[in-house]
Design a protein around this ligand. Sequence first.
Ligand code: FAD
Length: 463
Amino acid sequence: MSETPHHHDHQHIVIVGGGFGGLYAALGLLRERRFQVTLIDRQNHHCFQPLLYQVATGGLSPGNIAMPLRSLLANHKRGRVLLDEVLDVHAHHQQIVLASGTTIAYDHLIVAAGMRCNRFGHDAEWGTAAPGMKTLDDALYLRRRIFENYELAERCNDPRERQRLLTFVICGGGPTGVEMAGAIAELGRSLRRHEFHHLTADDTKVILLEASASILTTFPQPLQDRARQDLTDLGVDVRCGWMVDHVDHRRIVRATTSDQETREHIDHGLFIWAAGVQGVALAQSLAIASNESLKPGGRVLVDEYCRLPGHPHIAVIGDLAYHPDHRDPLPLQERRALPGIAPVAMQQGRYLAKRLRRELRGRAVKPFRYRDKGAMAVIGRNRAVGVTGPLKMRGRLAWWAWLFIHIMYLSGTQNRILVLLQWAWAFFSRNRGARLITGAELTEQALLSRRRSAGAPAHDAAD
Ligand SMILES: Cc1cc2nc3c(=O)[nH]c(=O)nc-3n(C[C@H](O)[C@H](O)[C@H](O)COP(=O)(O)OP(=O)(O)OC[C@H]3O[C@@H](n4cnc5c(N)ncnc54)[C@H](O)[C@@H]3O)c2cc1C
């Protein structure tokens, strides 16, 4: 089945991905009456990924950090939303192919399809033993595993098994890993004090593994040190210089320190992968169309106007784009890429809408220039680090700045108010309200653990 634009006097712009880049591009493009916009996503919602860890640890509900794409574009008659997956781009015919079998023609294509987990070639081997956190489903799975483990540990009479269940290992010392480690450590304290009366302070262990010499390596050294100290104060065991080389289904992480070649096993109840991402599968067909190889992280090289080389009608923005950073003094081909963070995607989305509007009117266009407003990472209540220009923030001030920025960029007024209220409630009561275990049955890991605690042999293949 083939679809063509509805109105021939309109330009048809197809956007792949309703994340930060795609959504901001769509909203900017819909200001122009001669554009008709089709936004395609394999999920029906826009997800505010920076707050996924709050869903995983029961601080917020999924609906607080996600909005249906249809409702975000509801006021725009020239915009339509399709729930589908884009499988291929036929650049020379200006068409895309969808999983539903439909082919759609475009005048301009904007690809903002983001990243997926990268377990560095271990996907098949580690997959289920090393869940990542990229989508709401991922966060809900982690939430379930975390709270299931607490339930099982509370009733477990075997101290070693109890300890294992409550050992949470997070791999990756970037902002996501740091936020997750801090949140689980705080959660563990609060659950033990208020609800799980058979657990002791020593039962919950949170271990943060990082391969390089420090955590938060993109932050200035004093902030790296402060974040590490804050995590340690919360009881997180931060281990830098650790390379994970195997995660098996017996829930044991085997790691070697990169310099000393020592080996160690960690029995864990949940291992969370926050160490790497790579471009989605669609990147490959874009790279082939542009006669370029994929860039580091499976990203797609674009020029200064966000265009795919050789294809002025295709733009790639957001995390998926390897956009050379104009601030890097090296020649264009050797420049490092802009970071894969939300402000880059949002600014590129807005820029692209403006560029296409100007091109429609035959006006001159400027290359994309990223305005770096800084970076932040939250560690826990009243603990965060942030840098903006020469200003370095830490502690309470950084934490309040983090709260304000996240509320500001959350989509939907209703969500902003609800999240504000929930955070205010959590701040004063120290209670996380969304600690729900959902799903019909216990996970396979929980069933195995229950059998072990009862002294029965666990026969499952995963064991
Ligand atoms: C856990 C986590 C925490 C983060 N924290 C921060 C933070 O604190 N600050 C910050 O600045 N950034 C943070 N980021 C990064 C930030 O979320 C990304 O930079 C941003 O989401 C990139 O936007 P995007 O539009 O490129 O892609 P995304 O927001 O990932 O959106 C891509 C969309 O494309 C869709 N899609 C993919 N492939 C297809 C296909 N073939 N067909 C149809 N649809 C498709 C996906 O369903 C998705 O909706 C975090 C990311 C994660 C995962």
